[in-house]
Design a protein around this ligand. Structure first.
Ligand code: C2E
Ligand code: CA
Ligand code: CA
Ligand code: CA
Length: 283
């Protein structure tokens, strides 16, 4: 299930950072951009490490800006968070991604439905409409809640109280998977994991970077091994991010990671990328 995929998110204007965007007055451009349909989603496959089959895909938003070209999420998500636009933008991403997952379900039945992962920002977590919006999107699409996985960063949940956890708990009870994204970067108390309504741990790329080339630092191996066994003992699945080489994939498979994501398998790309991959699996 290895494919190069496209790398369409090379930004036309790499010098442009969040600060530059602000000074260009793009803050006011964000809502109009949503109305004009300038945002689009790339999908990056998640594969099962044991046999390389496709498990699903993560939705990653991009902005096709009329002057600056294609902007990556790091260039506008922080701004969208500060201005509150993240709520309608996030709702659009969810709706679009769920619609796409429904399409995959109708057209590619081999091996069960492709899961869809959608990122949730802290502002969306705090928004009172999260549960009703999500339920409405799922109901309108006819997609089973179990096909959706919402990714929340570890840092967003550090010290989270019940008010913040309740909506996630409600969604989890409906069958939506909740993944703890960028795990390992937030210094959270591991024992804390038990009280979070999460079913998937996404191990941050910083853990896998050291495994690109051999020999691998034995301490790195021990750390990942420990996290995987802890996760499994709490009945959490482990996804690894940023797998770029075959050597890395081999190590991480040996360490018991369940699913993986990274350039080695496929870069984020248009939804058709998933058709090609899942058809290849079925053959
Ligand atoms: P993330 O959720 O940790 O997503 C993974 C990032 O790693 C993506 O960057 C992806 O393109 C990149 N990546 C995947 N495989 C590899 C690899 O093998 N090597 C390397 N070096 N990188 C890899 P991207 O698309 O630029 O997204 C950056 C971040 O923006 C995401 O990090 C996520 O936190 C945020 N984001 C993206 N889409 C959304 C969205 O719809 N809503 C919200 N709230 N945040 C989003
Ligand atoms: Ca993510
Ligand atoms: Ca991540
Ligand atoms: Ca990350």
């Amino acid at each position: 299930a290895k494919s190069a995929g496209g790398n369409r998110c090379e930004t036309a204007d790499p010098e442009l950072d969040a600060r530059a965007i602000t000074s260009h007055g793009l803050t006011t451009a964000l809502p109009a951009a949503l109305e004009r349909g300038e945002f689009f989603i790339e999908y990056q496959p998640l594969v099962h490490m044991d046999d390389g089959s496709v498990h699903g895909a993560e939705a990653l938003v991009r902005w096709s800006h009329p002057q600056h070209g294609i902007l990556g999420p790091d260039q506008f998500i922080p701004l969208a968070e500060r201005t509150g636009l993240i709520v309608p933008l996030g709702r659009w991403v969810l709706q679009e991604a769920v619609r796409q997952a429904r399409y995959w379900q109708e057209h590619h039945t081999e091996g069960g439905p492709l899961r869809i992962n959608v990122n949730l920002s802290p502002a969306q977590l705090q928004h009172p409409g999260l549960v009703t919006d999500t339920v409405a999107v799922l109901e309108r699409s006819g997609l089973a809640p179990g096909v959706l996985c919402l990714e929340v960063t570890e840092s967003a949940l550090i010290g989270a109280d019940e008010t913040l956890l309740r909506p996630l708990r409600q969604l989890a009870e409906m069958g939506v998977d909740i993944a703890l994204d960028d795990f390992g970067t937030g210094y959270s108390n591991l024992a804390n994991l038990r009280r979070l309504p999460v079913s998937v741990l996404k191990l941050d790329r910083s853990f896998t970077q050291g495994m690109q080339q051999l020999p691998v630092d034995p301490v790195d191996l021990k750390i990942v091994e420990g996290i995987v066994s802890l996760a499994h003992s709490l009945e959490l699945a482990v996804t690894v991010e940023g797998v770029e080489t075959g050597a890395q994939a081999d190590r991480l498979r040996e360490l018991g990671c369940d699913t993986a994501q990274g350039w080695y398998y496929a870069r984020p790309g248009p939804p058709e990328l998933l058709h090609a991959l899942s058809l290849a699996d079925a053959i």
